[in-house]
Design a binder for this molecule. Sequence first.
Ligand SMILES: [Fe+2]
Length: 318
Amino acid sequence: MGLRRRDPSKNSNNFHLPFICFSFLLDSLMILSDEHLTHFEEQGYVVVEEFYPEELRAQISEAIRESHPPWEFYKDKPKDEKPYFQVSKDFPYEHDIFNKLTVCPDLIDFAQRILGTKDIHLRYAHNWAKYPLNEERKSKVHVDNGNCSQLPRGGQEFGQMHTWYFPDGVTEDEAPMFVVPKPYGRDVSKKISLVVPPGTMVIFSAHFWHSATDFKGTEGQRYSVSRLYGRADHYWEGLGSYVNLGNNDRYRKFIGTLTAKEREIFKFPPAGHPYYTLETLAMLEEQYPGWNAGDEYAPGETIVATDDLYIAGLPNDE
Ligand SMILES: [Fe+2]
């Protein structure tokens, strides 16, 4: 079922890379091909095994264990100290790896090709650990459009692109999602169970029929790392927001590390926008340290403030 990477990694040890190496390997990754795109367009989804090289997969697997303890940590705890059925954490993350994964160049390029524009936004990101708990919730087959757009489904360019990465893989007992290939609409008799090996990336459209399933096993957990992208000009779509996080320390630190082009994914005006003046660039540098480290923003006319400066949304006492 899964399409393999064109150039699978030969190295399968668990050597842990410094973050700078993680970033370099991520930035140099480009494996999503025209074949993957055709499969997505015809089937509504694509499954890519060995998506990241083993060094990255192992580092992601270890990082998610730090933020989402494995089932062993919870299994003997009293009921009120266990999660209901999963632990979910949203962007921005304490661990730099998970912030960096939101700007994976390969996924962004693929989203741009699917959505028909270079101008895309991250809508939302979450990391989940699902446990063998409270499986009476009865998942239903659905399309995600209803929870991330206020308009009924349109053509593919009116969809959004979901990505699900399973660093440890998913067994039949660990609540694999199922998907119904696009030609079959919502005919669940044609469903395909996403039982996948470690390191598999699943990409599907917000118009695509799929479902969660019950955790049948009594041990283990299912880890997933998800990101959702959409067109910048589709302001009627969205699932979460981050434009309210300008004071959030994790967000400020992460945004400061990005290039001007990457910041556009997070709804910042592009370089050359009239918002950028000597004065606003100075305030941005204070709010997002490293903002102009690449000297990418050419300041326009300097506007003298007629009011007190506000740094990070708070009055500047100096
Ligand atoms: Fe869904």
